[in-house]
Every structure is written in C-alpha cells, then in structure tokens.
Design a protein around this ligand. Structure first.
Ligand SMILES: Cc1ncc(C[n+]2csc(CCOP(=O)(O)OP(=O)(O)O)c2C)c(N)n1
Ligand SMILES: [Mg+2]
Length: 400
C-alpha cells in the first residue's frame, strides 16, 4: 500500500474528504482556531508544491528575502550532508548508533528558523536540523552516539535541551518549562518535537491536557514521518494526528512537512500565538523518514520500496532548489559554493569524531547524586573489580 492511499484511508476514517492544495488555496479563509471547521480542514498547508511551484494559503502568508531563501537552502543541504556523514561514520564503526533525519530537513529547518533566540527547544534524538538552527555545533551531537559523553552540549547555551530518547517525555518537560515562562511573565515560547509514535504516549496526552488548561506558551511539533520504527501511523491513530488537538481545546494544523516555507510560516504563527497568551498549538508536519529508523534497523523488512520511491518525488531540498533556480534567486556559482561548504563540513565532522578522546570508564558513576549514594558506590566498586579482572587476565596471558 502506498503512503498516499494510507493517508486517504486515514482521512476517510476521520469522516472527512482529502482536498488538494489547489482547492485549499481557493477555500474561504478560516482561522486555525476555528475548531469546528477542522474536521473538514483536512488538507496540508502548502506554500511550495513538490514540483517547486509557489502557491498561496489563505491563513499562512510568507514573504522572504532572497537572502533568507538562500539561507534555508544552505541549511538543508548542510544538514543533509552532516547526517549522511554520521550514517557513514556509524557504518565504519566510529559511532555506536545514528538516527538519520533524511527526508525531514524541511520540517526541521522550517520550524527551527521560525524560533527566536530566547525560545526554548525540547528535541527528540532526530532533531539534527533544529540543532543546526540553534547553533549547536554538529560535531557536538555525535559524542553521545559515539558513547564518549552523556549529551554533548550545555542546553542553556543555545536554549536547546539535550536529546531525549524516552519517547514523548520531552512534551511534559516542555510544558513544565512553558508554565515556568508564564510565571516569569516572559514572552518567549517553547517548542516540543516528537514523532507520530510518540503521540500514543501518555506523557504527550498529559502535556496536551496541562498546556491547554494552563494556556501555556508551548508549540507541539509532531513530525509524522509515517513510521514509529516498524509501526505505521495507521496503528497509532484513527484520525489525522493534528485533529487530536481539538479534543484538548487548542488548534491543530497539518502542514506539508517537506515544504520548508510552509513549515516556517505555520511554526511562526504558532509561536506568535504562544507568545501572545493564546496558548498551545499542535503542528503535524506530514513528512517521511526516508532512511532506516536508526542504523540498527532494516526497513526493507516491513515497508515497500515503492512507498519510499513515491516520497522521493516530494524531496524537500529538490523542490526548493527548483523554485530558487526558476526565480533566479540562486545561480550555479551559489550552488557550487554550498556544495564546497558541505564537503568541508563533512571533512571536519569525520576528523573531529575520530579525534574524540575516550572518557575514563569510571566517569559514568559521577554526577548521579549531588551527595553520593551507597548503591552507586557499590556499583562503582563492582565495575572496578570487573575491569581489573581483564588486567589480571592480560597479565596471566603475558606470563604464558
Ligand atoms: C518510552 C519509550 N518506549 C519505547 C521506546 C523505544 N523506541 C525508540 S524510538 C521508538 C519509535 C518512535 O517513533 P516516533 O515517535 O514516530 O519517532 P521517529 O523515530 O519516527 O522519529 C520507540 C518505540 C523508547 N525509546 N521510549
Ligand atoms: Mg515516526
């Protein structure tokens, strides 16, 4: 079954008809707050078609300078390059694991570039493009995946929390943080990233409830990449995910997650709502995980090649490049310069990762409790003895 037909079935189950982008742009203007209209508003917000044609949407206008447009292209190309390098490094044994963002560049760069410096981000483990937008050096993302540190950056330096592996839990962290922002009287916003699979977690449901009731300044950015490891979205929900918001009392919108302009426009609008005291909003970025779940996964075991091929035609970088070339916003010299920059980034990533020092193997026992704990002391002693047993074995082997 293709993704198109899966989406079709889901929307039919939800009791509404799928409409085309063309129809959407000519539809009567509706505010995203009009929850009653949402069941019928089952189309993607799209500003750039897969063919690279610019279209308008009644609720989400955007007007970017040529420089800003070039910046979005550069961000996506460099993020894809970094991600490809990381996948290759894992294959060469330099990383323990890697979770690729291939295909999700527009969702991440569009939403990431909508943020203000004082906004705060709570990511999953796949938000490499958002990290890039926050100014976290890409090589810092790799330490944890190499197993040489427990995170890799100071969350407060870039208002970008550490990667979170416990599915959905960061939605609660973001909501709590947003409630704190409210109490401080600040006008910054908070954004929580999570996936389609995470939408089934209790933590996400609780985050929706609390943020709605407290009217907290948080944006829930769900990248529906169609898969939660080997589980398709249709096993997570009977209605399009963005419609879940309605039951909690805040608006939800589904955006073309492979359209960087639409992701930017919708996220900006949601952040503005949050900042101005209008409470949370759910964005479902409809996209596709082009690669494996992680380097430990083999998607050929559970999904058809034709599905992945169909999404190749919607590639986020290709469609922006087509548009920028047609508009004369980029020329060959610019494209070549970005290519050269991406090669240099790849080289820097490879060299930096290979040079990362191994940590002291006992360091894992530090920073657990401020004042120490008997159980940790016991585990530390056990581990030290275990490690010493190898040294003893080596000594015996040498004697023989
Ligand atoms: C609480 C919890 N349950 C299960 C897992 C194992 N797990 C890791 S990734 C994943 C799937 C997540 O899918 P989704 O939310 O769609 O995000 P994606 O990986 O597609 O970006 C699961 C079940 C986990 N890390 N945490
Ligand atoms: Mg997913």
């Amino acid at each position: 079954m293709t993704v198109e037909s899966t989406a079709q079935r889901k929307t039919t189950r939800g009791g509404s008809k799928r409409t085309t982008a063309k129809k959407a742009s000519s539809a009567k203007a509706k505010t995203p707050d009009n929850a009653a209209d949402q069941v019928e508003q089952d189309q993607l917000v799209q500003l750039l078609t897969p063919e690279g044609k610019r279209v308008e949407h009644p609720d989400y206008a955007i007007d970017l300078t040529p420089e800003e447009l070039r910046g979005l292209y550069r961000d996506m190309v460099l993020t894809r390059k970094f991600d490809a390098e990381a996948t290759t490094l894992q294959r060469q044994g330099e990383l323990g694991l890697w979770a690729s963002l291939l295909g999700q560049e527009a969702a991440q760069i569009g939403s990431g570039r909508a943020l203000r410096d004082d906004d705060y981000v709570f990511p999953t483990y796949r938000e490499h493009g958002v990290a890039w937008c926050r100014g976290v050096d890409p090589t810092n993302l790799l330490g944890m995946f190499r197993g040489v540190n427990n995170g890799g950056w100071d969350p407060n330096s870039n208002n970008f929390h550490l990667y979170t592996i416990v599915i959905g839990s960061q939605a609660l962290h973001a909501t709590g943080y947003a409630m704190g922002v409210q109490k401080d009287g600040a006008d910054s916003a908070v954004i929580a990233y999570f996936g389609d699979g995470a939408s089934s977690q209790g933590d996400v449901a609780e985050a929706f409830t609390f943020s709605a009731v407290y009217n907290s300044p948080v944006v829930f950015f769900c990248q529906n990449n169609q898969w939660a490891i080997s589980e398709p979205t249709e096993k997570q929900t009977r209605v399009p995910l963005y419609q879940r918001a309605r039951g909690y009392g805040f608006p939800g919108v589904r955006v073309d997650g492979n359209d960087v302009l639409a992701c930017l426009a919708v996220t900006k609008a949601a952040l503005e709502r949050a900042r101005t005291g209008q409470g949370p909003m759910l964005i479902e970025a409809f996209t596709y995980r082009m690669g494996a779940h992680t380097t430990s996964d083999d998607p050929t075991k559970y999904r058809a090649d034709e599905e992945t091929r169909a999404w190749e035609a919607k590639d986020p970088i290709l469609r922006l490049r087509t548009y920028l070339v047609a508009e004369g916003v980029v020329d060959d010299a610019y494209l070549a310069a970005v290519e050269a920059e991406s090669e240099a980034l790849g080289k820097r990533v490879r060299e930096t990762v290979r040079a990362m020092p191994d940590p002291d193997s006992m360091a894992i026992f530090e920073n657990i409790y401020a004042d120490g704990h008997a159980l940790v002391d016991e585990e530390r002693a056990q581990f030290a003895a275990y490690q010493a047993s190898f040294a003893d074995a080596d000594a015996v082997a040498e004697e023989n």
